[in-house]
Write a protein that binds this ligand. Sequence first.
Ligand SMILES: [Zn+2]
Length: 192
Amino acid sequence: MKDPKKEPVVLPGDKLAVSEEFLPGVHTYDDSGLIRALTAGSVVKDTTNMEISVKPRVEPEQIKIDDWVTGQVETTQANSANVHIYFLNGKPTYKDFSGMLSLRGLSGGGRGMRRTTPVKLGDIVRCRVFSLLNGIIHLSIDEPDMGVVAASCGNCGKPLLRGSSTKAKCDECGNVEERKLARDFGASPINP
Ligand SMILES: [Zn+2]
C-alpha cells in the first residue's frame, strides 16, 4: 500500500477519522473523538505519525481592518486571548495567521460587570478585525454576530448548546457555562 492515492476533497466540519485512528494535524480539530476538517481542502494522511491533516486549496489573502475571521482560541490571558485564524471572511485561509482578541470591551460598561469567561481555550470564535497596529491582528467580539460559535463542555467534553444569550448548556451532563456567544452559536455544522 505504498502507492500515493488521490485523497478526497473535504469541506469544513467533514468527518476525517476517529481519534483512535489518527491524531488531528494541521487544519483539523478533535470533536469529541471525531477528527473533523477546519478548512476546505484535500486530506493528507501521515501514516508515520498517524496524523491526518487538510491541505487548503485557497490562496491566502491579506487581512484588512473590518474583515471578520473565525478561528480557535489557543491561549487565554486576563484581558485577551490568542486566536489561530482558519477562516477569513468565511473562506478558508492557510496562512499561519494568529490574532489577539481583546476582552476588555466586554466589561459591560461598569466596574464589576465583567463577564467571567467570554471565551475559553479550544472555543471556535468569530471575530472582527479592528486594528492592525504594530503588525498584530487585533480582534473584537463585541457585535451580536461575533463571539463563540462552537464550544465543548468543560465537564464532559460534549458540544455545548445555547442556553440563553450569555449561557451555553450541556445536554449531556447539565453543566452551564458562561460565554460571549455569537448570535448563531450552536449551529451545526459551524458557519465560519
Ligand atoms: Zn457536559
